[in-house]
Design a protein around this ligand. Sequence first.
Ligand code: NDP
Length: 326
Amino acid sequence: MFKALMLNESTSGPIAQITQVQEAMLPEGDVLVAVSHSSLNYKDGLAIAGKSRVVKSYPMIPGIDFAGQVIESSNADFPVGAPVIHNGWGLGETRWGGYAEKARVNGSWLVKLPKAFTPEQAMAIGTAGYTAMLCVLRLEDAGVRPGDGPILVTGASGGVGSIAISLLSKLGYEVVALTGRMAESDYLTTLGAVRIIDRSGYNSAGKPLTKETWAGAVDSAGGTILANVLAACRYGACVAACGLAGGMDLPTTVAPFILRGVTLAGVDSVYAPIAQRERAWTRMATDLPFEKLEQVSSTITLDEVIATAPKILAGQVRGRMVVKVA
Ligand code: NDP
């Protein structure tokens, strides 16, 4: 038996409880992992609240990522004792996830834990941080360079936003933070933002094109905010879009694309190919300032997840939240 957070279906939505699970109930897979840490992401909040149909079947152990150590394996790439990370691949959505002391997965989904990180640090980065790195890589691949002009980070105080600011600042970009929490200005400045903008100015529908301002952006908001970011892009800018904290819709026009050559680069972490994941985690080891990781993250226990999950949906969680599982 092992301890897990389990979601069961009811007519009024999922019921979450901490329970004991038999190892034999775990899904098929060639690697069994003793999970030491997971993290609380926006999508985990949605799963526990029963929103956005994140969970496709019940009962479900949520938790879209984990770090731990292999305890049984028939996969030569991940022998017993190997420290590993798992992000996405339907974990916590279609497949039992990281909020459990044990997880059985396919070795082809795992990434070796880079030597630079402890499992706890890897989950302080977690899916949100790895997604932030995927966004930075998209900007780089589109040719956006430090010195080209300011880069806007939306959802700045959140997980993706906080790590994106830390990374971009370390890489020498001029980072501007868009936030609904101006009270977090000192925090955002410490992470490396040179200017903080109140998101209220981006919340309502604007013109198809506005003053050319941003050389690039990392957007975790979507909706009207993303439309306004696109409208304010400079000629040739790239916006890496990964989230929907502000809305699923995108009320924009083709003007930024056909008149300013703006690129809207979609970023998905869940089914990103292994090569892209390894590239992101390798770059994380060199480009993420470790001292900022400490400022960005806090830790809760598995028992505290159910009470904390609604806060991430309410935009009340700052930075990243590690879940200590064992
Ligand atoms: P967080 O909750 O940690 O951060 C989201 C931030 O968005 C909040 O902290 C807040 O920042 C801002 N925000 C909250 N509500 C609104 C709103 N109504 N309008 C605009 N901004 C808002 O979540 P994560 O960082 O974990 O994830 C951010 C988004 O990215 C989510 O939508 C998530 O689903 C998505 N995501 C996508 C991935 C992918 O593979 N594509 C992977 C990981 C995340 P502030 O108070 O500073 O404004």
